[in-house]
Design a binder for this molecule. Structure first.
Ligand code: C2O
Ligand code: CU
Ligand code: CU
Length: 469
């Protein structure tokens, strides 16, 4: 990016602009274009009341909110002030995996910048997030603080049952402190995925919120490296699920409990029936790995406004197309085992799956390991057709599916649009960094794709833990 662009942003460079936007809580919404700038840089964060060195987007954790409407263009001037390469991945977004959009082959060396630009299309309103995707550096960059939220708004958000709710983004991750900062990586962390005993909501420990409406709409995002979250409300009150990953469901589904694997999102409505505060709880979940128990009494507490009554529940949300498994021309098997996909470790140059634009594919994904693995595909959302041979209770678009040991899910994956090369992987960040990842290439009809640029991300290089700036 040249000097001109920089000058156009005036004094609002990097962290300052990001901070301003976050205080107002919203990015500027104007027809057409949402433009902002921030960096990834060493900084000081506050974790459990202690000031610790971290790596931060726009100087804070979570990073600045990227908020835009369907059809609007996001232009994001991003600078890398880390001592190692990085980049951005816009997790779950149905945008091209090429060019300046969700292109994981963009690698930004220390001291350089890059302008990302993309336009989410109609029907993509939902909750997403961004994080680094520089192979072998992802787990450390995420653990030390790099993650931020994305909200895409659409016509459904205007329905009164949703618009009048008190809407909150809730980025959830666990932490462990050690010495002067966040705990460093141990050999065992690479095997099981790094976890800590404290769960933070938007970087805060056990926050208490005064709500402004008789119904809360929580956009829950699991940005943890490895922790799987079982979530429930105090007194086992029902919560009403309205969206999973990026997309709305057809109608609210009432649940007593929700499993949110790393990278997954869920939107829930929480009605305050009797004026009493409600806590979000995270009971222990056994994912087949020695997970430290959470010390939290609760994740967060919500106090309803006095005298408020809950909003009516929306009766209908999105209309989701059914996908016909008989129309799938290609059937694939994807076997997950420790650090391997179909018995192979990730290689940057190798293409593992070649598909064709326009095809519907059927993927049988199995977990052959002894711990849970959340399977994630970039760019193209899919539907779960069967889990262990059974049809799911309701239809949903997903980008990440959690598999327990021995489980098999059958996915229907339509490659309706966006040719290009990108990745699928286990979303335990350490597993992906260790090679539990593959490359998929969707070719346009009769098409050809350029090979990716040479890799620069691979570790070790630069500082591998944040230091005091
Ligand atoms: Cu959040 Cu490649 O993923
Ligand atoms: Cu992703
Ligand atoms: Cu895994």
């Amino acid at each position: 990016m040249g000097i001109g662009r920089r000058a156009a942003l005036g004094v609002l460079g990097g962290g300052l602009l990001a901070t301003t936007l976050l205080r107002s809580g919203r990015t500027r919404l104007q027809p057409g274009l949402v433009e902002l700038a921030f960096d990834a840089a060493p900084g000081i964060g506050t974790v459990l009341g202690r000031r610790v060195p971290m790596w931060l987007y726009g100087g804070r954790f979570p990073g600045p909110l990227l908020e835009l409407a369907e059809g609007q263009t996001l232009r994001l001037h991003f600078s890398n002030r880390l001592p190692q390469p990085t980049n951005l991945h816009f997790h779950g977004m149905h945008i091209p995996p090429t060019g300046r959009a969700d292109n994981v082959y963009i690698q930004i060396p220390p001291g350089e910048r890059f302008t990302y630009e993309f336009t989410p299309g109609p029907g993509t309103a939902g909750t997403y997030w961004y994080h680094p995707h520089c192979h072998e550096l992802v787990a450390r960059q995420m653990w030390f603080g790099l993650a931020g939220p994305i909200v895409v708004r659409g016509p459904l958000d205007a329905m009164p049952e949703l618009a009048a709710a008190d809407e909150r983004l809730v980025l959830l991750r666990d932490v462990a402190l050690e010495g002067e900062g966040l705990a460093a990586f141990t050999v065992g962390d690479w095997h099981k995925g790094k976890e800590g005993p404290h769960l933070l909501a938007n970087g805060e420990y056990e926050p208490e919120w005064r709500m402004r409406s008789g119904t809360a709409r929580l956009r829950l995002v699991n940005v943890a490296n490895a922790r799987h979250l079982r979530l429930a409300l105090s007194d086992r009150r029902p919560m009403f699920l309205i969206a999973l990953d990026g997309q709305f469901l057809e109608r609210p589904v009432d649940l007593e409990e929700l499993l949110l694997a790393p990278a997954q999102r869920a939107e829930i409505l929480v009605p305050f029936e009797d004026g009493r505060p409600i806590e979000l709880l995270a009971p222990h979940y056994n994912r087949g790995a020695p997970t430290p128990r959470l010390r939290n009494r609760f994740v967060l507490r919500m106090r309803p406004p006095p005298g408020a009554s809950p909003l009516p529940l929306p009766r209908r949300l999105a209309t989701l197309p059914g996908l016909d498994p008989a129309a799938a021309r290609v059937v694939r098997r994807i076997d997950l085992s420790m650090f391997l996909v179909n018995g192979r470790r990730y290689r940057y140059e190798r293409v593992d799956i070649r598909g064709r634009l326009g095809d519907l594919e059927r993927w049988r994904v199995r977990n052959l390991g002894t711990m849970d693995h959340p399977f994630h595909l970039h760019t193209w959302p899919f539907q779960i057709h069967r889990r262990n041979g059974r049809a799911p209770a309701f239809r949903a678009w997903r980008d990440t599916v959690a598999l327990r040991p021995g489980e098999e899910v059958e996915l229907l994956v339509p490659f309706r649009d966006f040719a290009g090369r990108t990745l699928f992987h286990c979303h335990i960040a350490e597993h992906a960094d260790r090679g539990m990842m593959g490359t998929i290439e969707i070719l346009p009809d009769g098409g050809y794709l350029d090979p990716p640029p040479p890799p620069i991300c691979f570790a070790p290089r630069g500082d591998l833990v944040p230091r005091l700036p």
